[in-house]
Write a protein that binds this ligand. Structure first.
Ligand SMILES: [Fe+2]
Length: 291
């Protein structure tokens, strides 16, 4: 079984690079730099964590990091065995600052970039808000930049692709309202790096939200203060999730989709873990669309 290691990076297409730069630095506490036509956001030693380019407010690509060349070879073999076409793209690897990169499209239509050897910068990451982002466990296991939640109209097929082809494991499910099943998947100790949800209500395919985690609840609280002060729309109030125990709030990004900002997320030990189904997303809070 192949094993993707972590959510290495995300690419977003956004209508306003300027609004995003302010949002990412002043609310989320990420460090931004302009690189050509892109705004590149850092949260740790990595040169690229979130890259913003001009476009139509959508998820551009999801970068899944593997451990090294052998693991990338295993991903290639698994994609071939599953009949999933992929590209080995040296030019794109160069652009993303990784040693080698394979790209494909998942069954839901999202572009994936499997890679190893991301660039680490000598220059230290300095958060404009003093945030320290959680991207490893205390023992040093890589837990990636956070998680991403995507909506799709073929949830079962998509979940099976991540499970059977890429080696993700189901963490648990939530049925927040009857008939709506959310599936959470992990690939390292972080409770989930990916969740897939069916399209519900008047929704359409796309990214629902991505989550970044900080190591201090006061940083979450101060970010929430700024959201209130600037009258930025919250998509869900402060609350605590049932499954990953995250204390977080959801804010509307300048692109419309959400960003979850939280602390105290649960880590999974596969030796003792079993899949359960929660009947609610949160123990308290996370009241949707309070505006
Ligand atoms: Fe989330």
């Amino acid at each position: 079984m192949t094993k993707v290691q972590a959510l290495g990076y995300l690419g977003l297409r956004v209508k306003s690079l300027e609004d995003w730069e302010v949002f990412a630095t002043e609310i989320l506490g990420l460090a931004a730099s302009r690189q050509g036509d892109a705004v590149v956001l850092r949260m740790d030693e990595r040169a690229h964590r979130i890259t913003l380019r001009a476009g139509d407010d959508e998820l551009d690509y999801v970068g899944w990091q593997v451990a090294g060349p052998d693991a990338l070879g295993e991903v290639a073999a698994a994609l071939e065995a599953a009949g999933v076409p992929y590209r080995d793209d040296a030019g794109l690897a160069e652009l993303r600052g990784v040693r080698r990169l394979l790209s494909c499209t998942d069954p839901a239509g999202y572009r994936l970039e499997f890679h190893y050897g991301p660039t680490m910068l000598q220059e230290p990451f300095v958060s404009p808000t003093g945030a320290r982002f959680v991207t490893t466990t205390k023992d040093g296991a890589d837990t990636g930049l956070g998680h991403v939640v995507v909506l799709c109209d073929n949830v079962d097929e998509t979940t099976e692709f991540y499970r059977r082809v890429l080696g993700f494991a189901v963490s648990d499910h939530i049925i927040p309202v009857p008939g709506l099943l959310l599936t959470f998947l992990h690939t390292n100790p972080r409770h989930h790096s990916l969740a897939v949800a069916p399209i519900y209500g008047d929704g359409s395919p796309g990214i629902n939200h991505f989550m970044v985690e900080v190591d201090d609840l006061d940083v979450v609280g101060r970010a929430l203060d700024k959201v209130h002060q600037r009258k930025i729309r919250q998509l869900a109030t402060f609350g605590r999730h049932t499954n990953d125990k995250m204390l977080s709030f959801y804010v509307q990004s300048p692109s419309g989709f959400g960003v979850e900002y939280g602390a105290n997320g649960l880590l999974i030990d596969d030796e003792t873990w079993s899949v359960v189904t929660y009947d609610a997303s949160s123990y308290w809070g996370h009241v949707f669309d309070p505006a």
